[in-house]
Design a protein around this ligand. Sequence first.
Ligand code: AMP
Length: 366
Amino acid sequence: MIIGVLGAGQLGRMLGLAGIPLGLQFRFLDPEPNSPAAEVGNQIVGSYEDDDSIARFADGLSVATTEFENVPASCLRSLAVHVPVCPSATALEATQDRLIEKRLFSELEIPTPPFLPVGTPGDLLSALNSTGYPAVLKTRRFGYDGKGQWVLYDAGSTKSLIPSLDTSPDALILEGFVKFDRELSLVAARGRGGDIRFYPLVENRHERGILRLSVAPADGTTDVLQRTAEEYVVRIMQALDYVGVLAVELFQCGHRLLANEIAPRVHNSGHWTIEGAETSQFENHLRAILGLPLGSTEPRGFSAMWNVLGAPPVVNEVLAVAGAHLHLYGKEPRSGRKIGHVTLSSPDRGSLDGKLERIRVAAPQS
Ligand code: AMP
């Protein structure tokens, strides 16, 4: 069976690494030649908007999926004529625009930060009257890793930002700034028959808008918090008739959870599951889209996942830490770029912090 993956980055690579033992083969479509996933399958170098590339990609696939949420929905719709596509174009579209996504949260009665659409500088000023300062202005589409967003602290910073903004009608959204206690995420898989499995809540720490560290399970969560997050994910997955793995990023404020965004794919905060859970998010995504039984999402002890950003790590020092597992994605190092990750696994939570300190030294950011 050949699985088609739109995008050939590290997520595609890890899907391939999870699927090869299951006897699966992989084909990737990505405009960038020699992408990280090309080492675990065949890559078609082509545009997501080119009919010929899409037809060559689709030929003989059992199912197509995506590792990249900004694939044009038109590409998924063209593919769906030839082959089952999971998640669907409609599901992906709901997550590609922050305004549509936040409206979905509201319709599903999932708490989310206050938000308002912004089309013109006048809209921005009246939206700021409603949110107050500080507030977060974001592009509705194509934002990632903190790109395409600005924290507005006062009228002065707003005034100086306005001339550089794209103020076309559908470009921007303003959100109230949430003084959260911490950031969490929930990764879950939904099979073709509608069965859902949840991984435990994970705590995520970001630096300069990029995920740096995930701790799984998150410290100090309660059953109520886990069940609340699960209930929100069920509503989202059922509303979108979602098949596959998705992640919901959440802000924790006391006992409340506010949904920030949906990632309609395997997620960086789920990488720890490769060694740290009974079944990884990558294998469960494949099981889900193929209509196979989902695997157990039980954690095996405690895990911490550290992203390797920008510079290659000192491999000897990383591997000298007991319980450390190194994943390099075959990407050229570049400042701030995710080029790999390290997962630390341990039967006890107490020993993780000391080991993490050693990993921080062996894999510093550049
Ligand atoms: P996003 O691209 O929406 O995931 O945002 C990137 C990061 O910016 C988040 O992980 C938060 O740390 C921060 N952030 C985003 N939205 C807000 C908000 N409304 N209030 C406070 N911080 C935010």
